[in-house]
Design a protein. Structure first.
Ligand code: NAP
Length: 254
């Protein structure tokens, strides 16, 4: 099988998995974080768990890129930098900044994450470095696609990081419980970190205009939208005084 064929099969796999994930996550919430049962077996500490789960995105993307036809072209190199910066943050800085070091997560969630992130890293790097002739001309950098997409990415990342920061500061060192978050987009929605994440990957899909980047944006939505509904329900059931005007993930709507 050629690398191109592997790419196309995996791309279809992600589109199909996205549809299945959407339905499955509406019915059953992935059991990590607040949804992990107290008696969950086969767990790993969150810090190494996040690192193991997210780091394949850094390694597989870099490895695939390093063999790519257009690995020396300017625009692909810019996408390499953007991708690696995000995943350096997500796999190393984000878990290192978590307050509750005793927290654990299911090993199964980590394994599924490793598989997804490896495929996703491969697809996105392969598409950018081999299958995107539009990215070979530096003029792409001045198109509305690139500029608009990068603006969306920056806005999404800003919302995501700010919102994660609000959550992090809710717990004093040693605390493990949950509180109502306030400030930023928490004024309007319960889970702005997921909202920002989805916006960010929609931005990448727009800036790169590859099917792989689109598949990642769709997967992020399929995974995070139903989970955001579950978070919202959980907040409402858990806190009596939960702000009634707050929606789940889309301000003013859902
Ligand atoms: N692209 C994707 O498909 C994808 C998938 C998953 C995650 N992500 C990103 O990864 C990051 C983490 O995801 P996540 O699902 O772990 O987010 P999360 O459930 O919002 O939790 C983030 C952190 O904040 C803590 N926390 C959450 N709500 C809290 C509250 N009310 N009071 C006190 N602490 C609270 C959590 O602690 P606990 O662990 O104790 O709950 C965890 O340490 C997010 O930025 C998300 O966008 C992306």
């Amino acid at each position: 099988m050629t690398a191109d064929q592997i790419y196309h099969y995996l791309l279809w796999f992600i589109f199909i998995i996205s549809a299945l994930t959407f339905v499955a996550t509406l019915l059953f919430t992935n059991p990590y974080g607040r949804f992990m049962p107290k008696d969950q077996r086969f767990t790993i500490a969150s810090l190494p768990g996040w690192l193991i789960m997210e780091f394949p995105c850094v390694v597989v993307f870099a490895w695939t890129f390093s063999y790519g036809e257009n690995r020396a072209a300017l625009v692909p190199l810019i996408f390499l930098t953007i991708w690696q910066s995000h995943y350096f943050y997500r796999s190393i800085i984000f878990p290192l900044r978590m307050r509750d070091r005793g927290k654990r997560m299911p090993i199964m969630a980590v394994l599924v994450g490793v598989v997804f992130n490896s495929i996703n890293g491969f697809l996105n790097a392969y598409a950018i470095v081999n299958l995107a002739p539009h990215l070979l001309d530096a003029a792409w950098l001045s198109t509305p696609w690139f500029i608009g997409g990068i603006c969306l990415m920056v806005i999404g990342l800003g919302i995501n990081m700010y919102s994660d920061n609000v959550l992090r500061n809710l717990r004093k060192p040693g605390e493990t419980g949950y509180k109502i978050p306030y400030g930023g987009m928490y004024r309007w929605i319960s889970v702005p970190n997921y909202f920002g994440e989805i916006i960010e990957w929609c931005g990448l899909a727009m800036a790169a205009c590859t099917p792989a980047a689109l598949s990642f944006a769709i997967f992020s939505f399929s995974n995070l939208f139903p989970r955001a509904l579950a978070h919202h329900r959980w907040y409402r059931e858990t806190f009596e005084g939960y702000p009634p005007e707050r929606k789940a993930i889309i301000p003013g709507l859902v």
